[in-house]
Design a protein around this ligand. Structure first.
Ligand code: HEC
Ligand code: HEC
Length: 215
């Protein structure tokens, strides 16, 4: 009987995976070349993960590629982190960052982030686009799942106040099938095929909705 193949494993696989995730984080920050004192971070033993996450996610104008996370729903954040890890949502650099983390560590990060107040990071929007976006959102019934004020509902994450560019990229990804979005309860598609201009209008509206709290 041939013996089943065994794979070599390090003595402490969990620990070494965690360490490599942290080194990867530190490396990414160095690569980004933006974090003040990043070189120091590499030399320190175990930097605080939440602080490292927010180096990209704090919402400064030059980091708008990364969405705002603080105050987002816990369940939603935890699900996204699991999806990044399982590569059901494949997105640079997130899948690599969470690759070696344990389920408990991911859930703890999601919980700590969700407990923070939502940060306000207003960007310039076009008033005509915002009005067009409001019409589209009303017709599509986005508030059914994302909450009437779009600040998160029982079924959908917070959209109000999120970076417009990030939202537009996600809407495009949903529409061309790179990311999954649920259909409406009445079986209608959640959003009809839309032009890039419509997606931009919708994203600007969702971003601006965070300022007044009004959809
Ligand atoms: C080097 C920059 C960088 C670092 C560091 C980073 N992220 Fe991200 N993260 C991103 C980018 C960029 C995206 C957007 C990906 C996309 O467009 O799909 C993202 C997306 C996310 C999302 C999805 C949010 C949503 O609204 O769907 C979550 C959750 C997340 N990151 C959590 C974390 C956590 C937790 C950490 C720390 C362990 C972290 N990130 C560290 C850049 C970073
Ligand atoms: C049937 C309920 C439902 C409706 C209606 C709905 N959504 Fe969603 N939406 C969700 C859920 C659930 C998610 C989270 C999907 C996931 O876990 O990846 C989501 C995720 C999103 C995201 C990603 C947010 C992020 O941080 O990455 C965007 C953007 C979004 N929806 C926009 C919209 C817009 C715009 C409308 C109206 C045109 C809409 N949704 C209507 C349930 C809904």
């Amino acid at each position: 009987m041939p013996r089943p193949a065994t794979r070599h494993r390090p003595a402490h696989p969990h620990l070494s995976a965690q360490r490599s995730a942290r080194w990867l984080l530190a490396g990414l920050l160095l690569l980004a070349g933006t974090a003040a004192g990043a070189a120091q971070t590499v030399a320190e033993p175990v930097p605080d993960l939440q602080r490292l996450c927010l180096e990209c996610h704090q919402g400064d104008s030059d980091r708008v590629q990364a969405p705002l996370l603080e105050g987002q729903q816990h369940d939603y954040l935890a699900r996204q982190l699991r999806q990044f890890q399982q590569r059901h949502r494949d997105s640079f650099p997130m899948s690599s960052i969470v690759a070696g983390m344990s389920a408990a560590e991911l859930d703890d990060l999601a919980r700590r982030l969700a407990q923070q107040p939502w940060p306000s990071r207003p960007q310039a929007v076009n008033a005509t686009a915002v009005a067009r976006g409001a019409d589209l959102a009303r017709q599509a019934g986005c508030g059914q799942c994302h909450g009437t004020d779009l600040a998160g509902g029982s079924d959908g994450p917070r959209l109000a106040g999120q970076h417009a560019g990030y939202l537009q990229r996600q809407l495009a990804a949903f529409l061309d099938g790179r990311r999954q979005h649920p259909d409406r309860a009445d079986g209608q598609p959640w959003l009809a095929k839309s032009s890039a201009q419509d997606l931009s209008a919708l994203s600007q509206y969702l971003h601006a909705a965070g300022r007044t709290g009004q959809p």
